[in-house]
Design a binder for this molecule. Sequence first.
Ligand code: TPP
Ligand code: MG
Length: 395
Amino acid sequence: MADLPDAATCYELLARMALIRRFEEEAGRQYQRAKAGGFLHLAIGEEATIVGTASVMRAEDYLIGTYRTHGHAIARGTDPKRVMAELFGRVDGTSGGRGGSMHIFDAERRFMGGYGIVGGNLPIAAGLALSSDFKGEDAVTVCMFGDGASNAGNFGETMNLAALWSLPILFLVENNLYGMGTAVERHSAQTDLSKKAEGYGVPGRRIDGMDVLAVREAVAEGVRVAREERRPTLLEVITYRYRGHSAADPEVYREREEVEEWRGKDPIESFAGRCVEAGVLGEREVAAVRAKAEETVLAAVEFAEASAEPPLDTLYENLYVLDSEAWYAVDERSPEPHRGEHEERMPAAARELAEAGAAYAERDDGGPRPNPATHGDAQEGVEPEVAEEVEERQG
Ligand SMILES: Cc1ncc(C[n+]2csc(CCOP(=O)(O)OP(=O)(O)O)c2C)c(N)n1
Ligand SMILES: [Mg+2]
């Protein structure tokens, strides 16, 4: 077992983990209240993995994660207020309210997201590391992903390139034993994930992800190897999420007893207990940490509530898609061309549907608004050949 660091470091580690735990509990609550929209994936139980990792990274290093990354951003130093505002879809969110829970991003703190595509962050991480190499910078990239992602094709592709090009990168697989509802032994032939990249030239190691100090020690070493020896390594960190895969998960794939067993190894409780037992922190300090987390999270909710919704006419800002073919699906809009759209290139079908959709939206009877491209109501005013074209396109 790793030795306890000095009191100030212990306090900081505990405070960060407690803040992330409280933040996520509140995010879950706000989701139930429909204040936070979209999808919501909580990492409650995985705090030691997240905080242990971020705690040994330098400001210039890159961290990139998955769709379960509220805590990763906070661990990197992003203001919880901005993370909460992002969940609420507000302008002060980390992505201006456009990304939501799965797309937290903070380039200033080199937290590079936030990705909904399982395994999609792996090649991007290799690109980040390659850019550091190219520019002769000292920065290291830490790429965190799930056990399920280790089955994606680009896992192998990325490992190969990282080893071939000697990239300054640490891969960290957050093995929480499940990819959605599929247990690791049912989704991966090789269940020792630390071995999974060896054949590509990326050696691995398995560690206890419920122990913040074990994570710190192992990540510090992986980061050192990346920075000094310019070699990629893989860490398999065994952890557990107490909540469902996402907010909508009936959890039929595991027993309540299993969750309870893991709760018994809680990373925050166990670390706090150890610090108190060793006399490094007092009970009063532990209580203060919790009180501070509570205060910070309530202030974050207040901030998010007060932040404005993005104005509707900015809907098409920050988009790379310049073609107008898809815009008829947005039925609240007026039919004239908007920024980034070219009327002359707009197919007649799209235009007619947009007009029908806008007319429909104006009715505003409070009920759900069907997509004019697929629902009969709005299609009443659409020429038969237009409806046909839509059908064809939809296959
Ligand atoms: C390419 C791709 N395939 C499938 C999905 C659907 N999906 C979302 S999360 C998930 C499970 C991933 O599990 P894991 O990598 O272990 O991460 P965890 O959710 O446990 O953190 C799947 C299959 C997706 N988002 N992207
Ligand atoms: Mg998983």
